[in-house]
Design a binder for this molecule. Structure first.
Ligand code: ADP
Ligand code: MG
Length: 681
């Protein structure tokens, strides 16, 4: 076993300032909590800190059009407020919407509230997330992702179906949340102006910049909720860690060997690949531990896991064993995973970073903000006192940024602008954003949409073209929407839908490092010298041929869960295409047409081989390299289009497709005349 006996955690870590000590909040409600005997849901509801404030809250919310509600996590905001409003008859004429930045949160919260109200999910209480709508005409309390409410707003800009919109976890500031803020605010104003049923807007969070939110939402009053958070002891490492994965592994097993059973562990990591790899290592090591150790159940959690798999984290662990949840920042807010007593925070997150000067959007592993670190720590104190091990020093913590920069200020805005135009926002560049993106990045987004043919400019105005209108109907990034919409011209819609769906989920390939040679051997038969997209297409076709046979998947190192998800995404996209009257044709074995179609959608992500063997991205003239995971890694094609850039030690192109330079010119003649001249000069 590669694992030496470890010193106890306290020796590796030094204690930091305790988090949310109860004695710091003299007014805090300290209700006795029956921690052993199971309590009925009604009793549990009444024991939540928010219950004390129920009457007062209802009275205030009845009066107010806008309110900002702050209360510590676990105080009962998300599960109780919608029920209080409904029980008090507030907003009963319509639906009360509760938005969540994450799909898994919407699902699990709706489940919990339905249980508390003793109703079947989908009746009074329901949820809507991408690919799933569990609501009915009876639904009055509707949990949904903010992206879904935004989509609904395209058909119904005044959101007339809703009487209350609760913007929950507002501090997360995803692009969707930020755009939704503006859309909801406009809907509220217009409804008042037009004498329609008023819209109540409630913003909730545990940690946020209260003044900013209150100011933005018409100087709305801020309601502070007395909360209760169990004390959490924070530990820092004594020295900076060069390998956070190794540090996480060591910490997990230190805790595992010492903590009593049923004290579960939640580890925050950055993405699917490292989570799956660590999960396997943990399972392997756990198998070889002496019998005196309790059994370990390792559960991965990340956004691209199919929903049923995500819900596994909520199932109780068998008595006498320990649950170890390895999660991305998906578990950072909103959800309650029962049993978690220990949090291990690697301090890292994978997030988008955008440089409007270079026009480059990259996914990069980077440090979390202080606000995120506190949220993560807070997950240990949902049910009882807990511990948080930070895999970084206290000094490193002090140097973290206070708040995460809102995503809207660090991503490519082409999707946002397209969506705003589809929503009928007249002057996109002056949209009422809570935090304005730079004018430069907005202009750049308009420019990209222009090059893609989605917008035209008329007397200073930016208007959607018919193509742009159709692009906005697809829940995809503009360049992918365009690829799909171009596909009938090349008679390859079936293939393009498959490829785009494959790119919309995390990897469908499973690459256990220990079996590298086996993987290479079986994958050979699928590899296409035309690139990763075609290779993926071959794998999908083979998968369909055996009807998704599980043994086939195992033998071929294909992740059958993710493949299942690909089929779901594909069906959804195909539905939309059929509604748009698109011709469904297959190019069969003629894959050149498929590549040509990809060139027509992804031409802004093209790279050219240079004389010295390096590559230059034609749009930005930045030097880029082929990612080692690409099937083209050893090849040197003259022109490629790629899916995304990943910044690690260098800037890598991921998911590449070989293209002809002619196709690029044919896709956007004027653009390439400019770009190629510039790159040669
Ligand atoms: P807040 O939104 O203020 O963070 P919630 O309303 O989400 O709080 O949750 C309040 C409490 O309800 C949690 O601390 C937990 O005890 C309980 N709870 C919420 N969701 C679940 C769930 N899915 N399973 C079990 N308990 C839950
Ligand atoms: Mg909540």
């Amino acid at each position: 076993m590669p694992h030496e006996p470890d010193p106890p955690p306290a020796k590796r870590f030094k204690p930091g300032s305790p988090f949310f000590r109860l004695d710091k909040r003299p007014g805090g409600m300290l209700l006795p909590r029956a921690s052993h005997a199971p309590t009925s849901l009604d009793v549990q509801r009444k024991q939540l800190p928010i219950y004390q404030a129920r009457t007062q809250l209802i009275n205030q919310l009845r009066q107010l059009h806008n309110a900002v509600l702050i209360g510590e996590t676990g105080s009962g905001k998300t599960t109780q407020i919608p029920q209080y409003l409904y029980e008090a008859g507030i907003g009963r004429q319509g639906v009360i919407a509760v938005t969540q930045p994450r799909r898994v949160a919407a699902l699990s919260l709706a489940g919990r509230v339905a249980e508390e109200k003793r109703v079947q999910l989908g009746k009074l209480v329901g949820y809507t997330v991408r690919f799933e709508d569990v609501t009915s005409s009876e639904t009055k309390l509707k949990f949904m992702t903010d992206g879904m409410l935004l989509r609904e707003a395209i058909g119904d800009p005044l959101l007339l179906r809703y009487t209350v919109v609760i913007l929950d976890e507002a501090h997360e500031r995803t692009v969707h949340t930020d755009v939704l803020f503006g859309v909801v605010k406009t809907a509220q104003r217009k409804r008042t102006e037009q004498n329609k049923v008023p819209l109540k807007v409630l913003v909730m969070s545990a940690t946020m910049d209260v003044d900013l939110f209150s100011q933005y939402f018409n100087k709305s009053p801020v309601l502070y909720l007395e909360g209760r958070q169990h004390p959490i002891q924070i530990y820092y490492t004594k020295r900076p860690q060069s390998d956070y994965l190794q540090a996480a592994l060591v910490s997990i097993f230190q805790i595992h060997q010492e903590a009593p059973p049923s004290h579960d562990i939640l580890v925050f990591m950055t993405g699917q690949e490292e989570i799956e790899a660590l999960a396997r290592t943990c399972r392997d090591i756990a198998k070889h531990l002496p019998d005196t150790c309790v059994p370990m159940t390792v559960i991965p959690l990340y956004a691209s896991l199919p929903p049923t798999q995500q819900l596994r984290v909520f199932q109780p662990t068998p008595k006498g064993s320990r649950k170890v949840v390895l999660s991305t920042n998906i578990a950072e807010t909103s959800i309650t995973i029962s049993g978690i007593k220990y949090v291990i925070d690697t301090g890292m997150v994978k997030a988008k970073r955008y440089n409007p000067d270079s026009g480059l959007e990259v996914l990069a592993v980077q440090r979390v903000s202080k606000a995120q670190a506190w949220q993560r720590a807070g997950r240990a104190g949902r049910e009882d006192a807990g511990f948080c091990y930070r895999l970084y020093t206290e000094e490193e913590f002090d140097n973290l940024a206070n708040m995460t920069v809102p995503e809207i200020q660090r991503c490519n805005l082409a999707s946002v602008v397209l969506q705003l135009l589809a929503l009928g926002v007249p002057d996109v560049l002056n949209f009422d954003f809570m935090s304005k993106p730079s004018p430069e990045s907005l202009r750049m987004a308009v420019e990209q949409l222009y090059i893609l043919g989605a917008v035209e400019k008329k007397d200073e105005q930016v208007l959607l073209t018919p193509l742009g209108k159709n692009m906005a109907c697809l829940p995809l990034e503009p360049r992918f929407s365009k690829t799909v919409l171009m596909s009938p011209d090349f008679s390859c819609t079936e293939e393009v839908l498959t490829i785009i769906s494959l790119l919309s989920v995390d990897s469908v390939l499973y690459n256990p490092p220990a079996r590298r040679d086996d993987v290479l051997a079986v994958r050979k038969k699928f590899i296409s010298s035309e690139g990763d997209h075609m290779t993926l297409l071959n794998i999908y076709r083979a998968f369909r041929k055996v009807s998704g046979n599980k043994d086939w998947c195992r033998e071929n190192f294909v992740n059958s869960r993710n493949m299942g998800l690909v089929s779901e995404v594909r069906a959804q996209l195909k539905d939309i295409c059929i509604k748009m009257n698109m011709k469904m044709e297959s190019s069969q074995s003629d894959l050149a047409n498929v590549r040509r179609c990809l060139a027509h959608g992804l031409f802004m992500n093209a790279a050219e081989l240079q004389l010295d063997g390096s590559y230059v991205a034609l749009d930005t003239h930045q030097t880029v390299a082929i990612h080692p995971s690409s099937v083209l890694f050893q090849a040197k094609p003259a022109y490629v289009v790629f899916n995304e850039l990943l910044h690690t030690t260098r800037c890598y192109m991921r998911d590449l497709c070989l293209v002809d330079s002619d196709w690029l010119h044919e896709a956007a003649p004027e653009y390439f005349r400019r770009k190629l001249r510039a790159s040669r000069s």
